[in-house]
Design a protein. Structure first.
Length: 401
């Protein structure tokens, strides 16, 4: 599984070079499936559409994530609130005052009615309108703008206010439509962890004649005299090919470092406090609320998704690194968790490809970012698909025979 493998607790201890044995108090090590890089699926998002289109869903079982929360800084400390994404939730939310609730209800109704193909639904918004101009029309306060942009539209930094209004509307609409599928939150997560995703694609690939070679070391990528890839060398043998696809770890001479992500895997013996005892949830800490440039993400899963023993919770806190003390940057997220039984820290480099893919026919993905959903990853996969085939993926739902 590479960077995004799902490991049992013994494997996690080995991976993080822990010298101690797994304590009995944490339960059976094999009952854990811990994702090194946690990601949820938007119920109406790109990955679900890809899974449905490719029919990989026949090998997977999903369960909704129970809660979606946003952090807001109070006078003395911070507090988490359920993200209000429907008009009825806005009415009961303590996140906003009465007048702000009315403005936000009107905004949600506008988003719900908005149709990019029907200009009659645009009201005063045009294709040239920026998000900041859209926000000014509704006169939201800064706190409302924060949770709208970061907890609903799922932007990770403050550049979102200069993005096109159409883009932000589409993102909020995706959140609302994903929420409508299950009601508790817009997120899904596979039973037994994310490790089942590549297994599902492997099974489907085998049906169409694909071959998987596990634990096979890559010694060299070979090229012809024109610089075009022509093979992959392993154990002294070369597998001939017309194209190679891979993550940055195989092509360190063809990528550039663009940042770092710090993550902390935590094991708890209780739900996250103030989460309504949710067996699974996400908390987004908008960067403005804690004086940062990037959001902090907190994701929680448990035995409800068959990834931990009964009464154990796996919580992963992550963000993009901004200082020389990455671990300290997670403290706000960690402070929300109560008593933590065990922590595992990691800092990973973020890479982006710089090679001439059209000449080399070497297609490299970007590193996994700090966000706790798959939308950015899927956009990257669709980028690579278009580079290789020259056309966009058609994710139109297949007609049932």
């Amino acid at each position: 599984g590479g960077d995004c493998a799902s490991l049992n607790l013994e494997q996690v201890y080995t991976h993080f070079k822990e010298k101690d044995k797994v304590p009995e108090s944490l339960g059976k090590a094999r009952a854990y499936n811990i994702d090194l890089i946690p990601k949820f699926l938007m119920a109406d998002g790109l990955l679900v559409k890809i899974l449905l289109h490719t029919d990989v869903t026949r090998y997977l079982e999903f369960k909704s994530v129970e809660g979606s929360y946003v952090y807001r800084k109070e006078k003395k400390s911070g507090k988490i609130y359920k993200v209000p994404a429907t008009q009825s939730e806005v009415v009961t939310s303590s996140l906003m005052g009465m007048f702000e609730k009315n403005r936000f209800k009107n905004f949600l109704q506008f988003v719900l009615d908005f149709d990019e193909k029907n200009p009659k639904t645009w009201k005063e918004v045009t294709e040239k309108t920026s998000t900041s101009e859209l926000l000014k029309k509704y006169k939201f306060d800064d706190s409302t703008n924060d949770f709208l942009g970061h907890a609903l539209a799922l932007y990770s930094d403050e550049s979102w206010v200069e993005r096109p209004a159409f883009e932000t509307i589409a993102k909020v609409k995706l959140y609302g439509e994903s929420l409508a599928h299950y009601g508790k939150s817009p997120y899904l997560y596979p039973l037994y962890g994310l490790g089942d995703l590549p297994q599902g694609f492997a099974r489907l690939s085998a049906i169409y004649g694909g071959t998987y070679m596990l634990s096979k070391p890559i010694e060299q990528i070979t090229y012809d005299s024109s610089g075009k890839v022509n093979g992959v060398k392993s154990d002294g043998e070369i597998a001939k090919t017309k194209a190679v696809f891979g993550d940055p770890s195989y092509f360190l001479d063809k990528v550039k470092k663009v940042g770092q992500v710090v993550r902390c895997i935590c094991i708890l013996s209780h739900p996250i406090p103030n989460s309504n005892d949710a067996a699974s949830c996400q908390i987004i800490i908008p960067q403005n609320q804690v004086g940062r440039k990037h959001d902090i993400y907190v994701s929680c899963v448990s035995s409800a998704h068959c990834v931990a023993p009964k009464d154990k919770y796996i919580v992963i806190v992550s963000t993009e690194v901004e200082t020389s003390d990455p671990h300290a940057e997670l403290e706000v997220g960690l402070s929300l968790l109560g008593t933590i039984d065990k922590k595992f820290y990691s800092v990973s480099d973020l890479f982006e490809p710089t090679n001439d893919w059209s000449k080399e026919q070497v297609f490299i993905s970007k590193s996994y970012d700090a966000s706790s959903h798959f939308e950015t990853v899927c956009a990257d996969v669709l980028r690579i698909y278009k580079q290789y085939t020259g056309k966009d993926v058609d994710l139109t739902p297949k007609k049932k025979e």
